[in-house]
Ligand binder design. Structure first.
Ligand code: NI
Length: 257
């Protein structure tokens, strides 16, 4: 059976509270044998770490302050990332980045927090999980300042143009996270992904959101990774076995799992 890694799944979200065991069983039955849990902020930190401890070898935690959680208490939230980083084994720093979609109120602070967490990732030898929404130029600005540090990471839920992909892939050792959006009708991402190198792609659900077709609108879950892989294989004109093997190897290397 094909083995997959869901490189971005919020399994600690309350959406999974009622049936997490079944969600994990279905994932394993579809070959999703490991997943990366991206962090949000202090409000979900303990739940995420505890969930990972309950499922060793399956769920691997990250640490970080999500850009939409950069608010008036950002200094306190950021210092918690620095205080907690050595208290557990983390496999990435993320989600970090800039989000100009939900609010522009703390955009400058978001850039600062992003930069500080990149520096921390480089210092700790960890990959970053980058969230970029309506903020491509702002993200470029931070990466231009920090790119020389030898950063590795993933642009999670990548949805940019081919030009943006080319520009970003030249700024560090980056992967691109492909998820359910690729299965949407008339998705421009499909045309971009067709030209991307499979060696730079990892798969993600971003559950409970961004559910692939034909379940769009319902709750997303890791077992749906196979739908994303199937679509990617179709777009790239290769076998699903090749997609599974290459994206799994990419994620293993990036997250050291
Ligand atoms: Ni996410």
């Amino acid at each position: 059976m094909n083995q997959f890694i869901d490189s971005h799944i919020h399994l600690y979200d309350p959406e999974y509270d009622a049936d997490l065991g079944e969600v994990i069983s279905r994932a394993k039955a579809e070959g999703v044998s490991r997943c990366i849990l991206p962090a949000i902020d202090s409000g979900t930190h303990d739940k995420m770490v505890n969930l990972a401890k309950l499922h060793p070898g399956f769920a691997f935690p990250s640490i970080g302050l999500h850009p939409t959680s950069v608010k008036s208490d950002w200094e306190k939230e950021l210092s918690l990332v620095f205080d907690n980083i050595d208290k557990n084994k983390f496999h990435a720093i993320g989600e970090i980045g800039i989000d100009g979609y939900w609010s522009k109120e703390f955009l400058n602070e978001q850039s600062f927090v992003f930069e500080k967490q990149i520096e921390l990732a480089v210092q700790k030898g960890l990959a970053v999980i980058i969230h970029s929404r309506d903020a491509t130029e702002e993200v470029f600005k931070v990466l231009e300042k920090t790119g020389h540090l030898g950063l590795s990471g993933v642009f999670h839920a990548f949805s940019g143009s081919f030009e943006t992909y080319r520009r970003l892939s030249g700024m560090g050792n980056f992967m691109f996270g492909i998820g359910g959006v690729i299965t949407f009708k008339n998705a421009s991402l499909a045309k971009v992904a067709a030209k991307m190198d499979l060696k730079e792609i990892i798969l993600e659900t971003d559950g409970p959101w961004l559910t692939p077709a034909p379940f769009r609108g319902k709750r997303n879950e890791p077992s749906y990774i196979s739908l994303i892989a199937e679509k990617l294989a179709e777009i790239k004109g290769c076998s699903i076995e090749e997609v599974a093997a290459t994206t799994t190897k990419n994620a293993e290397k990036l997250f050291n799992i």
